[in-house]
Design a protein around this ligand. Structure first.
Ligand code: LMR
Length: 398
């Protein structure tokens, strides 16, 4: 019977990981999957996280189930981290899910339960798994323009033009910060304009927030989102702890829902519980408990864990910002043009370089440089010593 299984379309990011692993060249460079790396090319466990793990290993007395929505103290911490006091607390609720992708999935189940014909608009381009999950869930996926290929900045006029076609009840998926794959982000003014627009159209924003703290700062990265949340009756937010806590494999995620009326609290929460029970039952606890400990007022001997985490996150962010400036300088020198100046303006781990599929292939085959086929690079995969080699390689293929 199982021989009738159909071929599944692969994910290009995951496929690239396998190609990179199989390449035997020593000098190969991995700019593929979105995993932060330090200057030594390592993804170490953050110190605040590792301290919290040690504390948890001693303090935790049982591995019995926690609850269908997971660790509620963790949820409370994530709500504070993302929304601060932008929305009255009794209008916000949330539940744990396995990673940001799990949170997105659960929020989509919630949305689909309202209307099986609901339409979800995603940016063009977007993280490839967005369209894939919508397709898997049998939901309608539409695209709005987002990226200007000439300037490599956000094309906000075209975005608003396309969103002019939304219907009441539609869902618009936005990237909270550090847009994946482009690296080009909405300005605060853009968030304000979108908020005004959504408020007139009865549209539900669904925000994918996977990189808080990787752009301009923990607070700065959610300023636009907080404005939207505080000015609209409803919003859904899928939060990931994979990148900013470096807990990729522990699958730390929170599905946050802002409701218009606190009396809907219990029903909305019951829905989230039910979708968790039906999908995976109880969410994984370990990573969430670690994050909870980091963000709580837990004082280690030397420095509060939350302060240590903020400092480490700041160092990661500064490294990426410095790399951006150096890489755009280096590309300017090797290509003798300002074509890649936008790299310094983008934020987060990614930039879409605007190379053709053939140029991307040549970089891989001739230079051992791995980037996603649409020419997305993960900047954190580079170290300062590799910048000039990388830029020279780009100059030879364009
Ligand atoms: C990426 O875009 O590379 C990351 O979000 C990792 C993933 O799961 O695709």
């Amino acid at each position: 019977m199982l021989d009738k299984l159909k071929e599944q379309p692969g994910d290009k990011i995951i496929a690239l990981m396998a190609l990179f692993a199989a390449d035997r060249r020593k000098e190969k460079i991995d700019l593929g999957v979105g995993v932060y790396k330090n200057d030594q090319g390592k993804t170490p466990i953050m110190k605040a996280v590792s301290e919290a793990m040690s504390i948890l290993n001693v303090k935790q007395e049982s591995k019995s189930y926690v609850g269908l929505l997971g660790n509620m103290s963790f949820i409370d911490q994530m709500i504070r981290l993302v929304l601060k006091d932008s929305v009255p607390r009794d209008r916000i609720l949330g539940g744990q899910a396995p990673g940001g992708t799990g949170a997105l999935h659960q929020l989509l189940l919630l949305i689909r339960s309202l209307d099986t014909d609901s339409r979800v608009w995603i940016s063009s381009p977007s993280w490839p798994n967005h369209a894939a999950i919508l397709n898997h869930l049998g939901m309608n996926c539409l695209q709005y323009s987002y990226f200007d290929e000439e300037t490599c900045e956000v094309d906000f006029d075209s975005m608003m033009n396309d969103l002019g076609y939304v219907k009441p009840g539609d869902v618009v998926l936005l990237h909270g910060c550090c847009h994946n794959p482009t690296g080009a982000n909405l300005s605060k003014e853009n968030w304000i304009e979108l908020t005004n627009f959504f408020s007139q159209r009865d549209v539900l924003p669904l925000v994918d927030l996977a990189y808080q703290g990787f752009g301009d700062g923990i607070e700065e990265d959610v300023a636009g989102l907080q404005h939207m949340a505080s000015n609209l009756p409803e919003i859904c937010i899928a939060v990931s702890g994979s990148k900013n806590f470096g807990l990729y494999r522990e699958r730390v995620g929170a599905a946050i829902v802002v409701i218009s009326d606190k009396r809907q609290h219990k029903r909305t929460e019951d829905n989230l519980k039910s979708f968790n029970r039906l999908t995976f039952s109880f969410p994984p606890d370990y990573g969430a408990s670690v994050v909870n400990l980091v963000l709580s007022d837990y004082d280690s001997d030397k420095i509060p864990l939350a302060d240590l985490w903020k400092k480490e996150l700041m160092e990661m962010r500064s490294r990426m910002l410095k790399l951006r400036v150096s890489l755009s300088d280096s590309l300017r020198r090797s290509t003798n043009s300002n074509r890649f100046d936008f790299v310094a303006k983008h934020r987060g781990m990614f930039s879409l370089l605007g190379l053709s599929p053939n140029e991307v292939l040549r970089l891989r085959e001739e230079h051992g440089i791995y980037m996603v086929g649409d020419s997305r690079i993960n900047l954190a995969g580079l170290n300062h010593n590799q910048l000039d080699n990388f830029s020279r390689a780009v100059a030879t293929v364009i």
